[in-house]
Structures are given as C-alpha cells and as structure tokens.
Design a protein around this ligand. Structure first.
Ligand SMILES: CC(C)(COP(=O)(O)OP(=O)(O)OC[C@H]1O[C@@H](n2cnc3c(N)ncnc32)[C@H](O)[C@@H]1OP(=O)(O)O)[C@@H](O)C(=O)NCCC(=O)NCCS
Length: 350
C-alpha cells in the first residue's frame, strides 16, 4: 500500500535520526571523507534532530508500521536540508510523495517563495533531477564532500506536465530548435540568457503584471528559471524559446510553446523597451504558421487576461481569433490571488 506522508514532530527525533544514519551510511557515505561523515552524523543525531524539528518551515515523514522510512526537512521555505529514504524502500515513490507534500505546503503557506534550493551529493543528483530540481552550480567541495547546488522553481513545476493534461512526447520536438522571422531569431535558452532576461524584463513589475509569476527578486531566481527552461527542452512537453533580434544574440523576451497533443498553447513576454514595434505578433504568427504546417498539430491557442489589451492586440495582429471568455480561469498573482477571467484566442487548421 502506498505510504502516508505525515508531519514530522520532535517526538520522532530518534526514529528520524536512525533513518538518516542508516540511509546515509549505506547510500552516500562512500563519497564523503571521514570528517564530513562524522559531521553529518553529529548534525543528524537524535538531539540535533529534536532541535531541527522544533520549528521547521516543513518537515514530514513517510512511515511503515510506525517506523519512518523517508524524511524530508526544510528549515526555511527556500531550503531543503534533508531528504532521506531507507535503502530497503528505494524506488517506491517515497521521495516524490515527500517532496510533493513539501512543494504543496510551500506554495500554499509561503506564496512568495518561488525557488527551493538544496545541496546534492553525487549519489542523489539523478533523483533530485527526477523531482524537478536543476543544477545551479558545477560540483564543488564543501566540508569534505562533493556538492552540487540545485534548485526547483515552483511555478515551473506547477505549469509542468503533471496534472495538466500535457502530453510528454507526442507533440515534443515537432517544432524546430531555431526559428527566424524578418526581424527576430527564436532559439533554445542558454544559461547565459539569465543576465539579459533579469536585467531586461523579469524584474520589471510592469512587464510581469499579467504573468503567472512574480517579478524576480534577484538574478539567481532568473538563473534557476533559465535552468528549468533548458531542462524543459530535454523533456519536450514545453518548448520555451528565447526571443532575440536578428544579429543581436541577446534575449529580449520569451515565447513558450506548450505541447498539448494536437494543440500548441502559447505564452509570451517581451522587454518593455521593445514594446510597440509589432515584434511579438511577428513571432506569434511565424510560430503558429510553422506549427500548423506540422501534420500532427491542428490548433495553436493562447489565453490572456481580459484586462491585458496589449496582449489581445498582439494576438489579433498575428491572426488569432477570440473564441470566448473563460471565467475564473487563471491566477495572475500580481493582480489578485483569485483566478481571473481570460479570453481564449486560437488559430486553427481549416
Ligand atoms: C503583450 C506583448 C508581448 C505585446 O508585444 P509587442 O511586440 O509590444 O506587440 P505590439 O507591438 O503589436 O503591440 C501590441 C499592443 O501593445 C500596446 N502597446 C504598444 N506599445 C506600447 C507601449 N510602449 N506601452 C504599453 N503598451 C503598448 C498597444 O495596445 C498595441 O496595440 P496596437 O498596435 O493596436 O496599438 C507585450 O506587451 C508584453 O510583453 N507584455 C507583458 C507580458 C504579457 O502580458 N504577456 C502576455 C501574457 S498573455
């Protein structure tokens, strides 16, 4: 039977400590030097766990017969310090259930937290990747062990394939990696784009007004976001293109194609300094045209807030038709915590 995730309390400190020690010793300790092993065991002793479980942002266990078989601890909303699963219970979804519970909790209780970071050992890296974390750093040595800093961007996960009906592969890579219009070049994102995206628009409240995310508070948030975009191309259910002007390989916006079976759903944003030049309609029209020339794709659509007139105009100029109004459709957190009405626009095969 699938285990239940329950809050981890101070009363569980002994059981949690024993679990961490077993799991760490059997699975990861080989990668660490002796002092680092000793330090981790000290830092996860029953006494230390009792303190750590006193007032965490989130702490949970999954138990079997009352014995913890998985534990996740977040001392603050933006940092995951421990995630351990008992070696006898690997590959049963324990870590995923714990992380999904943590993510839901952080999204509900700390809506301002947009990224969760952690330090991964080499052993855990693939597991964290599978949970939606992406590396923020190269591997480095910290207190005697090899560490990679990773982050998960919470809105990206919420928009991702899970639970939204997105298909992973049928539509994937039906669109090209690079697309050129008269004035623009659209291409896959690269880590270096974070600087221009942050400086150009991601921190601009005016640009973000109708977006489903809040303005980025630092470039590291944008770096995590760009890392998640790079990962999306590997998965293939969302293809976020960087928009740049031809001949100037600098990100001035993004146009994302989400593959929904026979439909492509679009989202887009442009730096304020480039508004009003008809650039986004040009990108939208071109992408829609290429998509609809692909036999598997029959419809290209986009929704936008009923108050977002510039976006409506951009879609209309790109040949999209307004099909209707969707009440209470999307939360635009910079305007209201409640879902707001949107217009649905589409261009389709005849
Ligand atoms: C929507 C957006 C991508 C349009 O891109 P664009 O390349 O500027 O599109 P256009 O040049 O065709 O302008 C579209 C409309 O924007 C408005 N607009 C133009 N210049 C503007 C400016 N300097 N300031 C504010 N609005 C402006 C006009 O209403 C224009 O329509 P019009 O041509 O009928 O007058 C851009 O405004 C943007 O990035 N907005 C913020 C992100 C966003 O809302 N994305 C869409 C989410 S659904």
């Amino acid at each position: 039977m699938e285990g239940m995730v329950t809050p981890a309390t101070q009363a569980m400190a002994h059981g949690v400590s024993a679990l961490v020690h077993t799991s760490f010793t059997e699975l990861c300790a080989d990668d660490w030097d002796t002092d680092a092993v000793r330090l981790l065991l000290e830092e996860t002793s029953p006494d230390a766990m009792s303190v750590a479980l006193q007032n965490p942002a989130f702490a949970a266990v999954e138990r079997e017969d009352e014995v913890p078989i998985g534990v996740l601890l977040m001392p603050k909303p933006s940092y995951l310090s421990l995630l351990f699963v008992h070696p006898a219970h690997l590959r049963k979804g324990v870590a995923r259930r714990l992380w999904e519970a943590a993510r839901r909790h952080i999204e509900a209780m700390h809506p301002d937290t947009k990224t969760v970071e952690l330090n991964s050992t080499p052993y855990a890296l693939p597991a964290y990747r599978a949970l939606g974390f992406v590396p923020l750093s190269a591997e480095f040595i910290r207190r005697g062990c090899r560490i990679t800093r990773m982050a998960c961007w919470l809105p990206a996960r919420a928009l991702g394939a899970e639970g939204s009906g997105l298909s992973h592969s049928p539509g994937a890579r039906l669109l090209p990696d690079v697309l050129e219009t008269a004035r623009l070049r659209l291409r896959r994102p690269e880590a270096r784009d974070a600087a221009s995206i942050y400086a150009g628009y991601a921190r601009d409240p005016e640009v973000c007004r109708f977006m489903i995310w809040r303005p980025h508070v630092s470039e590291s948030v944008t770096r995590a976001f760009v890392a998640s975009c790079i990962d999306e191309w590997a998965v293939g259910s969302r293809l976020p293109y960087v928009v740049s002007e031809r001949g100037v390989d600098e990100a001035i916006g993004m146009l994302e194609a989400r593959m929904l079976g026979t439909t492509v759903d679009l989202g887009y944003v442009l730096a304020r300094s480039h508004w009003g030049r008809g650039l986004m309609p040009e990108a939208l029209e071109n992408l829609a045209d290429i998509a609809l020339r692909t036999p598997a794709i029959h419809r290209v659509q986009a929704t936008c807030d009923t108050a977002n007139v510039p976006s409506q105009r951009a879609l209309e100029k790109a040949g999209f038709v307004r099909e209707g109004r969707l009440a209470r459709h999307t939360v635009h957190p910079n305007l209201s915590p409640e879902p707001r009405a949107c217009f649905m626009y589409a261009t389709t095969r005849p």
